[in-house]
Design a protein around this ligand. Structure first.
Ligand SMILES: [Zn+2]
Length: 346
């Protein structure tokens, strides 16, 4: 049997600062998108029983610790993608040792294995011909860089670097562990660069975005369906890089401002919905008939007029996808998305 080990997966620490002119799409569905994976003679290389066990090192991440819970939360988010039948199961690795060739998927902290990257997933798989093609994933070990500062708290939009979100990087590495490669053509949690596509919605949930869902649905398709659209405070800024959407820091009453906003259709089908734009709780405008194909993520711009009658002060600009509640969604908590910076109205 031939086996291959691929160090395909360092998540680079570098955050490219190439804010190219933002390519805002018209308010319509973005075009084709695709996740990436490895293939064996045209067959997708996957866990052939659609599940695997991940053994969390208890010496690195003690059972019951917040680290342990963030790892399990990231696994749950992949498991919860509908239209895909993949499942991670949680085990404990209590012996303080690990190997990339012991057939046990281990998750641990290490001082050198990740090199200068945030984390690395070591994947082992087979692909050979013996009266037919034989292929499948055999092992996936995840090493987090113990030399870096990690955060287990809520994501801070004001800080797109260190300390790095442990849950966000966990979601990315677990995407590798289930068989996804980097995807730098679209906004994706599988982007090469931290913070990838960022968290979704007002609760800053680390959840596979549309393109990630296309990936896991392609590798492990099942017949379940999902309806969910989500807002994001991020936009694509380059190949595998993301940054915050823009919005003004101040504006006069009665003036017109422009904001950028991003939504992702996490659903298994095309969805059409309406969007509301708010200053605090004041509805400034709506967009009816926004739509996206399954897995599409797009960033758009919108002009909004600040009413002359609002009181001066500091406000949060925000938007809400499906603001009128016309769709029954799997997750109603990721529709409202605040702008990452407040605005002062004068
Ligand atoms: Zn990666």
């Amino acid at each position: 049997m031939k086996t291959f080990i691929s160090h395909l997966t360092p998540l680079s620490r570098a955050v490219a600062a190439c804010f190219t002119a933002s390519t805002l799409l018209a308010l319509s569905a973005p075009g084709a998108m695709a996740a990436s994976w490895q293939e064996c003679n045209g067959n997708k290389i996957r866990w052939n029983n659609s599940w695997t066990n991940m053994y969390i090192s208890t010496t690195s991440f003690p059972a019951g610790s917040v680290w342990d819970s963030k790892l399990q939360n990231a696994m749950w988010h992949w498991n919860n993608v509908k239209g895909a039948g993949f499942n991670f199961y949680v085990g404990r690795d209590t012996d303080g040792t690990h190997s990339n060739s012991n057939g046990v998927n281990e998750i641990y902290l290490h001082g050198s294995e990740a090199g200068g990257a945030l984390a690395v997933t070591f994947s082992r798989y087979h692909c050979y011909w013996l009266f037919g093609w034989h292929y499948g994933r055999d092992e996936a070990d995840i090493a987090f860089n113990s030399n870096l500062a990690w955060s287990t708290g809520a994501f801070n939009y004001a800080n797109l670097g260190s300390p790095y979100s442990f849950e966000g990087v966990s979601l990315h590495e677990l995407g590798h562990a289930l068989g996804l490669g980097h995807e730098d053509r679209w906004m994706s949690n599988m982007n090469s660069y931290y913070p990838n596509s960022g968290p979704l919605g007002q609760f800053k949930e680390w959840d596979p975005i549309g393109d990630d869902r296309i990936g896991v649905r392609s590798l492990y398709p099942d017949a379940t369906a999902e309806t969910d659209v989500a807002g994001s405070a991020f936009k694509r800024t380059g190949a595998g890089t993301s940054g915050l959407v823009s919005s003004p820091l101040s504006a006069a009453r009665g003036s017109t401002i422009n904001i950028e906003f991003t939504f992702s259709n996490l659903s298994t089908a095309t969805k059409t919905f309406n969007i509301g734009f708010y200053l605090g709780g004041i509805l400034l405008g709506t967009n009816t008939g926004a739509w996206g194909s399954a897995g599409a993520t797009g960033t758009f711009s919108r002009a909004l007029t600040i009413p002359a009658w609002v009181a001066p002060g500091v406000y949060n600009l925000n938007f809400k996808v499906d603001y009128d509640g016309a769709m029954g969604e799997a997750n109603e908590g990721n529709n409202t998305q605040p702008m990452p910076r407040n605005i002062t109205i004068y």
